[in-house]
Design a protein around this ligand. Structure first.
Ligand code: PLP
Length: 499
């Protein structure tokens, strides 16, 4: 399989090159030159094997330069013993036509683990395939979730380091504890005196700085990023859509070949796009429901064909979806425009220059046929958490509740009763204060007190990974000025060298 760019279809890279480079030089995103087909029989067979094998089979269709054995070893390292559930991606049935795909049983209790547990292994294997033996140093600025998931994914993976910066006082107390208590001999975490923009700007500056790159090269190290536009993060996510379908067929909830729907809480459009890729590979999906919070730029875009970032930004109870620029949308536009790289480049340039673009009618009609959309504000989210708990005894987090609410309203509006899988992206215990407040109308100040109360009320246990935060020693106390970020990276790498 070769890879082209959404802004240059003449490119032709291997999967390993696409993963190591991350982003194409002209700014486009790497996409497969075609979508491999998966026959219904093969989907059914996935129901007979474990998740590690399901993921290896799906990955093998895109990364055929690796042998099935190599891929199997990678998915084993990524998923075995790292998830608190029997399968990394179990499907829970609420009623005859409503299911939940739980993607939050990994080490950081959010769906990003599904990709970030596997990415380090894909990256190391890709570098080796390209004859590049340098150590890779993953650099990330985080507003909370991604940094922690990267730290957990890369920790103690030979040949890698991971340095994460977060804004001082700019993440939730739980997220801060998750990062300051991070274990691993190859990881470093720093708070930056500044907000998220300062932090992100600092990381971008380091990536663009030739002097830092040269200093790192002296110690045989190069920088890389783990952000969600890397094809190595998208590919692992495709697997769980197939896995969910295979599970539903295996337990008789749907017939083989029957069409289903997925409702996906969406921010950067990475999660839902992986499902759309699965459909283009032959998974029987009738529609995807794209679910936004109050930052409803995607819902507006899908309804009007106009993408306009010149709007107010809201902080919501589903912070991982508080995004105005959905970077993975470019991959959808590429396919929906009939793979017209020139048009995609035009839209993206206009977005940079003017803060908006409008797609043509043909592109819009094709998106209409594939996707429905909607949005839910914080009050609707709280109401949905309470309703779903009362109706089904099922407890969900604020992000998942956005999708459940939008799906409920979609059903009321359309009378569509196609079986639907709501994709659940975080543990309710990761957002215990909001969840508890939704159920009882009040919540204590302290996050652990909220979690204790939630455990008592629901009879569920808090994930071990969150429970242990209370007793884990704090290991990372460094606070740096934005100007000190380069120095921090160089010192972290030098310290690693000495070990
Ligand atoms: C990142 C994230 C999302 C949004 O996923 P995208 O791939 O960016 O659309 C939703 N929920 C949670 C909990 C997340 O961490």
């Amino acid at each position: 399989m070769r890879y082209i760019s959404t802004r240059d279809t003449d490119l032709s890279l291997t999967g390993a090159q696409a993963i190591v480079r991350g982003l194409s030089a002209e700014g486009g995103l790497f996409v497969p030159e075609r979508f491999p087909r998966v026959a219904l029989d093969a989907i059914g067979e996935l129901g007979q094997v474990d998740y590690e094998q399901r993921a290896a089979r799906v990955l093998g269709l895109f990364l055929d330069e690796f042998s099935p054995g190599e891929l199997r070893a990678m998915t084993g390292s990524a998923y075995r013993g790292k998830f608190e559930s029997a399968s990394p991606a179990p499907v829970v049935t609420l009623d005859g036509h409503t299911h939940v795909l739980e993607l939050f049983h990994g080490p950081t209790c959010a769906f990003k683990d599904m990709a970030l547990q596997l990415l380090p292994h894909l990256m190391i294997a890709s570098k080796r395939r390209l004859g590049d033996e340098r150590e890779v140093c993953i650099l990330a600025a985080t507003s909370g979730d991604t940094g922690k998931a990267a730290l957990e994914g890369f920790r103690d993976v030979a040949g890698t380091r991971c340095v994460v910066f977060y804004p001082h006082g700019g993440v939730s107390p739980t997220q801060q504890l998750q990062m300051t208590t991070q274990r691993g001999g190859n990881v470093d975490v720093f708070a930056v005196r500044g907000n998220f923009d300062d932090t992100q700007r600092g990381v971008k500056r380091i990536f663009g700085d030739a002097r830092t790159a040269a200093r790192l090269a002296e110690v045989n190290c190069e920088l890389s990023s783990a952000n969600s536009i890397n094809f190595g993060r998208l590919a692992p996510q495709i697997a769980y859509y197939f896995s969910a379908y295979a599970d539903l067929v295996a337990r008789g909830a749907i017939a083989a070949g029957e069409e289903i729907e997925f409702a996906v809480p969406t921010g950067n459009f990475g999660n839902i796009l992986a499902g759309i890729y699965a459909r283009w590979m032959g998974l029987p999906v009738k529609r995807f429901i794209c679910c936004s919070n109050r930052n409803r730029i995607l819902d507006d875009f899908l309804r009007t064909g106009v993408y306009d970032v010149r709007r107010e930004f809201f902080k919501t109870s589903s912070p991982s979806m508080d995004i105005l620029i959905s970077s993975n949308l470019e991959r959808l536009l590429f396919e929906m425009s009939g793979r017209d790289a020139g048009r995609v480049r035009g839209w993206m340039d206009q977005l940079m220059r003017e803060g908006m673009y409008r797609v043509d009618d043909g592109t819009r009609e094709r998106m209409d046929a594939l996707l429905s959309s909607g949005w839910a504000d914080d009050a609707a989210v709280a109401d949905e958490i309470r309703r779903t708990w009362n109706e089904h005894g099922y407890l969900m987090d604020t992000h998942t509740a956005v999708a459940m609410r939008v799906m409920r309203e979609y059903r009321e509006r359309t009378c569509d009763r196609t079986p639907c899988v709501v994709v659940s992206t975080a543990s309710p215990f990761k957002f215990s204060a909001d969840v508890l407040r939704a159920l009882t109308g009040a919540a204590p100040e302290d996050a652990f007190a909220c979690a204790d109360e939630l455990e008592r009320m629901s009879g569920l246990s808090m994930p071990r990974a969150l429970r242990e935060l209370k007793t884990l020693p704090v290991r990372h106390t460094g606070v740096v000025e934005p100007e000190g970020m380069e120095r921090a990276v160089l010192d972290a790498v030098a310290k690693g060298e000495k070990k």
